[in-house]
Design a binder for this molecule. Structure first.
Ligand code: ADP
Ligand code: ZN
Length: 619
């Protein structure tokens, strides 16, 4: 296999001039017939790493995929590139199944996608698999989403554990495992459970340079901001913690004129399927969802992902936010968080109980608390967001990244030592009476709230009662959070959380330590940023051409009954806007245009571009 041959296949079949970072080395090892484990982030371009070798090696490449939706999606994309691929699954009737099997045995397909259950069926192993091995041959066994093999991963699938049996049955066939899961433990599990031999392990950086990360306080400005984000165009996903919140927010956005749909496990399968399909086909713009939405969604042009509630873990956040910008175009990931979210998260953790005995699952609760703490550390951090995320995955990143709020947006540092002292002395006064309370109660006291509980406890005569009445409850929560976060106050659990002074609290009270808050300034009213949040960096004329190309793409997609991104990615459309190809030769230079797409779409797209660039002169 010469390098020229590889480059030619890359260009003519896939339409790409060059490999992405990391792809070339994986392809080289795959072509050499080695076992391999490739760990690449979402959008890294994993599929190409086995699809290209599948075209260049003799025999059929098997691809194990956990979801029917994923198989269909990949086969549609390959179809449209003119690469012969098929899948076998339970959605096909007997005749169609038989037809595909015959075609496979006749060597008409280069890739066969299937679920692990199918791969493991004795009828399949003794039937088609054995026949393929003995005729056209088997090139490799590809395991997509290979983290499903691990109990430590997020989508454990016990059948993935059995794949090893196939390896023992056909020991000559190399195994190529792919995943975007970054943890060390899962990697080790994949190698062991799939029985990889002398595997070439490739780990790409988990940096997603096209994603802009920001965290914002949740307050009365949040919803208008979200609405503006939605109005700025581009597909988006909004994640919420509960079904109820999903429904509420989707309804509110709809009422405000946004094409939004809800998605959560409480909807029946058919409704979920329809909502997902409409989203993928760009019929609706925004999906408001719980984390039930995501796996199996290959939509490459998600322009923004907003978490309207706290994610449970950093890894979860990275993966969910990472559904934005698979096509490597600039995309925004925003996390909103407010003090109330912390209470909700803690409440949910406290619910982790043994369903039979009702006893607290202490180990699980401890892990969940630690994960929550990491998420809060991320949310409240003033350092580069990207550095924090990548550190979590064991990578070092040298800030500034140039694409996160902490690196790009100026912060104002405010001194809140006075409020900190007021809050701490309130805790101290109660401690003198041998009493301990939680944060909400302390804040009520500071604000001089007139509640039954305060009167009953006789706390209206405390010297700190009402000394902080001029500040809002949210303001006090921020101060409280910062004190806890910076270790200047301790929260312990006495059945319920109570506040306790520590040595550092006392140095704040003595004035030896300050409480500093780094806050993102809000734009003054009236000068809020307008227009697109994800700037295309293009002139209005180019944006108009882009929109025209998009509607042509949509029309072609509807005719072919495929999602628009199967026809072309946004990245290809943007490249067309940039170079405005008018001839087939020029069109062939666009990334994503291989021979098949050139033949299929070259004429219509270049005609539109010509018409746009040289409008017929009025006579
Ligand atoms: P992953 O499965 O790792 O999330 P995909 O295989 O879906 O990533 O690829 C993500 C996007 O990158 C796709 O739109 C794909 O067409 C594009 N892509 C892959 N390889 C290249 C390349 N060498 N050059 C340009 N674009 C690429
Ligand atoms: Zn940064």
């Amino acid at each position: 296999m010469t390098a020229d041959h590889v480059a030619e296949t890359l260009k003519h079949r896939f339409g790409f001039d060059a490999f992405r970072p990391g792809q070339e080395a994986v392809v080289r090892d795959a072509l050499a017939g080695r076992d391999l484990l490739a760990i690449m982030p979402t959008g890294g371009g994993k599929s190409l790493c086995f699809q290209l070798p599948a075209l260049l090696r003799p025999g059929v490449t098997l691809v194990v995929s956990p979801l029917i939706a994923l198989m269909q999606d990949q086969v549609r994309l390959l179809d449209d590139m003119g690469i012969p691929a098929t899948f076998l699954n339970s959605s096909l009737d007997g005749a169609e199944n038989a037809r595909r099997q015959r075609a496979l045995l006749a060597g008409e397909f280069r890739l066969l996608y299937l679920a692990p259950e199918r791969l493991l069926m004795p009828e399949f192993v003794n039937g088609l698999l054995t026949e393929l091995a003995g005729s056209v041959g088997l090139s490799a066994l590809t395991i997509d989403e290979a983290h499903c093999v691990s109990e430590w991963g997020h989508d454990f699938r016990p059948e993935y554990r059995q794949i090893r049996r196939i390896r023992e049955y056909l020991p000559e066939m190399p195994c190529w495992a792919f995943t975007a899961t970054a943890t060390e433990r899962v990697r080790g599990d994949i190698v062991a459970q799939l029985g990889l031999r002398d595997a070439a392990v490739h780990v790409a950086s988990f940096d997603r340079p096209n994603l802009y990360y920001a965290v914002k306080f949740k307050d009365k400005h949040s919803y208008p901001e979200l609405l503006q984000q939605a109005r700025s165009g581009g597909s988006g996903i909004i994640y919420c913690l509960s079904r109820k919140r999903v429904e509420e927010l989707a309804g509110r956005l709809q009422a405000d004129g946004i094409d939004a749909l809800p998605y959560h496990a409480g909807l029946d399968g058919e409704t979920r399927r329809i909502h997902q399909d409409r989203y993928i086909r760009d019929d609706v713009q925004v999906m408001v969802a719980t984390i039930a939405f995501g796996m199996g969604i290959n939509k490459p042009d998600v322009r923004w992902v907003t978490h309207f509630d706290l994610p449970r873990t950093i890894e979860g956040y990275y993966q969910e936010a990472g559904r934005a910008g698979r096509d490597n175009l600039p995309s925004r990931c925003t996390l909103y968080f407010g003090a109330g979210d912390i209470h909700t998260a803690e409440f949910l953790i406290a619910q982790k109980r043994d369903p039979e005995t009702g006893e607290a699952l202490e180990a699980e609760q401890r892990i969940a608390r630690q994960q929550l703490r990491q998420v809060l550390d991320y949310a409240e951090a003033t350092e580069c967001r990207r550095s924090i995320q990548l550190r979590y995955f064991g990578e070092t990143f040298q800030p500034p990244c140039g694409a996160c709020d902490n690196c790009c947006e100026p912060r104002t540092v405010e001194d809140r030592t006075l409020e900190a002292q007021q809050l701490l002395s309130c805790v101290a006064r109660l401690a003198q009476r041998g009493q301990r309370f939680g944060g909400s109660y302390i804040i009520d006291l500071l604000r001089g709230a007139d509640t039954d509980k305060i009167r009953r406890n006789g706390h209206t005569d405390l010297s700190t009662y009402g000394i902080g009445a001029s500040r809002s409850q949210d303001d006090w929560r921020i101060v409280l959070r910062a004190l806890l976060h910076q270790g200047l106050l301790t929260e312990s659990h006495d059945g319920f959380p109570v506040l306790q002074l520590n040595a550092d609290s006392r140095s704040v009270l003595r004035g030896e330590r300050q409480l500093q808050l780094a806050l993102a300034p809000r734009p003054a009213r009236g000068q809020r940023r307008r227009g697109k949040t994800v700037e295309s960096g293009d002139s209005p004329a180019n944006d108009a051409l882009f929109e025209e190309l998009r509607s042509l793409r949509k029309q072609l997609a509807v005719e072919r009954n495929v999602p628009p991104y199967v026809v072309f990615s946004d990245a290809s459309l943007r490249a067309m806007v940039q170079s405005q190809p008018r001839t087939p030769e020029q069109f062939a230079q666009i990334p994503g245009v291989g021979d098949r797409k050139l033949a299929e779409y070259g004429d219509v797209f270049t005609a539109l571009i010509r018409e746009y660039a040289e409008p017929p002169t009025p006579t």
